[in-house]
Design a protein around this ligand. Structure first.
Ligand SMILES: NC(=O)c1ccc[n+]([C@@H]2O[C@H](COP(=O)([O-])OP(=O)(O)OC[C@H]3O[C@@H](n4cnc5c(N)ncnc54)[C@H](O)[C@@H]3O)[C@@H](O)[C@H]2O)c1
Ligand SMILES: O=C(O)C(=O)C[C@]1(C(=O)O)C=C[C@@H](O)C=C1
Length: 298
């Protein structure tokens, strides 16, 4: 039974795809939380209020912190230090829980340490492994987190009841919780999310640069669409992610380039056996991933 959220107020900072989807999900599942929102864009806050995603819009971060029992940071990763610095004086009484949805966790920890000088017990970082290439409040989807994982990376001083509350917050919108260290999170996401985005952006840009008026895209179909959907993602969000998770991304990128050189060599030397071996191994792994997705959808 969910009890830890009853009668509390959640303050969501950043009402874009993820913040507004969380607000929408809490509303559509009638989770007993009052929802207060804040965003730099007044168009966004007006829409969120108009659509009933939030009950109230806070005028500033000070007001939001005063009203909220739980603050969720849902802004681009590099906007976090500024938001934290502005909120710090209002969080120091320790009565408000702080979590986030950022795609990189090492930079969040570094920002908290630099603003607060330590890792406070009321901090429980998080990351929903759900999203899409669309951004902004208009892309809000109340079912975005259902049957998706949310990775929490509590630190050694995180309060147990704070971890339980943030767990309940995400479970209340249908998500499954995984716990992970910050380092492991940033390595895993560099491999499964950040590298694929880098490759998709880079491939589309390569073809676009080489093709007069994008002419080549007229001849592309499903394969190109499936491989490159994520290249339509928000450039600011991904700029922030790559600059914040550069080390782990470079490690996995170097590994990938090495592998690709092997593929290139096999192609150049017409080494069909090697090509077939690589494709067969990859298909087996991809089929396994499909089975994971099917299980999750059940
Ligand atoms: N898009 C995804 O697929 C996805 C998935 C999981 C996690 N995330 C993470 O979630 C966070 C938000 O991503 P999103 O996709 O919702 O982005 P978004 O661009 O849709 O929304 C971000 C919102 O934050 C607002 N904002 C920016 N700076 C602000 C500030 N200083 N104060 C208040 N509001 C500010 C913007 O106006 C915008 O409304 C990012 O950290 C991202 O890494 C994204
Ligand atoms: O589905 C997408 O388009 C996403 O980009 C979602 C995705 C991902 O790579 O899977 C992107 C970034 C997030 O931090 C988490 C999830």
């Amino acid at each position: 039974m969910m009890t830890l959220l009853e009668g509390k107020t959640v303050g969501i900072v950043g009402l874009g795809l993820i913040g507004a989807s969380l607000a929408a999900a809490l509303r559509s599942r009638a989770v007993p939380l009052r929802r207060v929102g804040f965003d730099l864009s007044s168009d966004t806050t007006s829409k969120a209020l108009h659509l009933g995603l939030v009950d109230v819009v806070a005028e500033d971060l000070h007001t939001l912190c005063n009203e909220a029992d739980i603050v969720v940071l849902a802004v681009p990763v590099l906007a976090v230090p500024g938001v934290l610095a502005a909120m710090a004086p209002h969080l120091l009484n320790g009565e408000t829980l702080l979590t986030d949805v950022g795609s990189v966790k090492g930079s969040l920890i570094a920002a908290v340490q630099s603003v607060f000088g330590e890792l406070p017990p009321w901090l429980v970082p998080g990351h929903p492994i759900a999203g899409g290439e669309r951004s902004g409040v208009d892309a809000a989807n109340p079912e975005l987190f259902a049957r998706h994982q949310v990775i929490l990376t509590p630190h050694e001083f995180s309060d147990f009841s704070a971890i339980e509350t943030i767990t309940e917050l995400w479970q209340s919108v249908g998500a499954d919780i995984q716990m992970m260290s910050v380092e492991r999170h940033d390595e895993v996401l560099a491999a499964t999310s950040h590298l694929p985005h880098l490759l998709a952006f880079s491939l589309v840009d390569t073809l676009a640069q080489e093709s007069e008026k994008y002419e080549i895209f007229h001849y592309a179909a499903g394969g190109f669409r499936d491989f490159t959907r994520i290249a339509a993602s928000d450039p600011t969000m991904w700029h922030d992610i790559f600059l914040s998770n550069d080390k782990a991304t470079l490690t996995v990128l170097d590994h990938y380039i090495e592998h690709l050189q092997g593929v290139r060599k096999a192609l150049q030397t017409h080494d069909g056996a090697t090509l077939k071996q690589i494709f067969t191994r990859a298909k087996k792994a991809r089929d396994y991933f499909s089975s994971i997705l099917e299980q999750r959808a059940r």
